[in-house]
Design a protein around this ligand. Structure first.
Ligand code: ADP
Ligand code: TRP
Length: 330
């Protein structure tokens, strides 16, 4: 039997090129491996913690769904669905609540960060904590266990959540007999962190320093022209450790990078270097952008793809849930 690989993406922002190179592309590459059964979903229940406007939630769900398809997710190979379309996950969530200690949730980084923030502002420690945030890892465990997941590719920030899912699975299996596959996180060490256009180490929507993956050609140019550079004049050699070159490297071939490195050494001006980056990025993104624009204007096709995925997902979800219900005596 193939191993199940599953990952969820929260619809909480416009996808940017950091998300693409750090998460979307590696996950799609993995889904092309015939040894794995891929489950990719849009974690809209989890997004409720961040997005409080129904239209925004709908719009972000649409953007994220179209992005994955434009980037090459093949719905024939992967089960692609919205988390909230498989309500079985909430029943499993409730069942799992009863084998999860409060102490485990007290240790979650996101919860602790909210408490620390409130304390540092002189507020009640729970000021920023609703139960969606507090129980976030249990819903994530339900997402994972429902589909017999073996591997969960995630960024380092999600490692603890997958470890918690593993603890919860073991705790259930110990109490009620073997029911759930015990999952592991898969952290790709070699995925470089994409730097931000402000020159900082990480591009992130929370730092406001992103290049959206699918903006128009004109906007892409504007974003690239606004990348922060130093004041080294034209003619002086430039370091390939700068943001501009790091971004160029993502879009160019090995050979193109070598040529560009020589130009940096020869003192290329920043304006020209930016233009070269724009050309490389635009060439790379153009075919995906076209697909994206197609899906955005044919969202009914995307919804049909999601609905087909949801049927497949629900079938497995129902079987697993039934196993859990039988194990606990319901
Ligand atoms: P953001 O930091 O913009 O809020 P998320 O936390 O929603 O992004 O991340 C979604 C996925 O994209 C995660 O798997 C994360 O590791 C990856 N990711 C985000 N920013 C970067 C980046 N600058 N470089 C590499 N990967 C990134
Ligand atoms: N918590 C993840 C994030 O913030 C999203 C997510 C929800 C997820 N359920 C999941 C990821 C299950 C992997 C597996 O990015």
């Amino acid at each position: 039997m193939n191993k199940v690989v599953l990952t969820g993406i929260k619809p909480t922002g416009i996808p940017h090129i950091g998300n693409y190179f750090g998460a979307i592309r590696p996950a799609i590459e993995m889904s092309n491996n015939p040894e794995y059964d891929g489950y990719f979903f849009i974690a809209d229940y989890h997004a409720l913690n961040f997005i409080k406007d129904p239209n925004e939630l709908k719009e972000l769900t649409k953007l994220v769904a179209c992005t994955w398809l434009a980037c090459g997710l093949d719905p024939k190979k992967v089960v692609f669905y919205r988390q909230s379309s498989v309500p079985e996950v909430t029943e499993l969530n409730w069942i799992l609540n009863n084998v999860t200690s409060k102490g485990l949730m007290n240790r979650a980084h996101a919860y602790k960060a909210s408490v620390d923030r409130a304390i540092s502002e002189g507020k009640d420690p729970d000021f920023y904590v609703n139960m969606g945030l507090y129980c976030y890892p249990i819903l994530m465990a339900a997402d994972i266990l429902l589909y017999n997941t073996k591997l969960v590719p995630v960024g380092l920030d999600q490692k603890q959540h997958v470890e918690m899912a593993r603890d919860i699975a073991k705790s259930f299996n110990k109490t009620f007999g073997y029911t759930f596959v015990v999952p592991s996180e898969l952290i790709s060490e070699d995925v470089a962190v994409v730097p931000g256009i402000d020159g900082s180490n990480k591009m992130s929507k929370s730092h406001g320093n992103v290049i959206p993956l699918f903006c128009s050609e004109e906007e892409l140019k504007k974003y690239i022209m606004s990348i922060k550079t130093d004041s080294t004049p034209v003619g002086d050699p430039k370091s390939v450790e700068c943001t501009l070159f790091k971004l160029y490297r993502l879009f160019a071939t090995e050979q193109e990078c070598m040529k560009m490195a020589a130009k940096y050494q020869a003192g290329i001006g920043w304006a020209e270097a930016k233009n070269e980056l724009f050309i490389a990025a635009n060439n790379y993104l153009k075919p995906m952008r076209e697909k994206y624009n197609y899906y955005m204007s044919h969202y009914d096709e995307v919804l049909a793809i999601l609905e087909a995925g949801e049927k497949k997902a629900r079938k497995v979800a129902k079987e697993t849930l039934q196993r859990a219900r039988t194990a606990i005596g319901l």
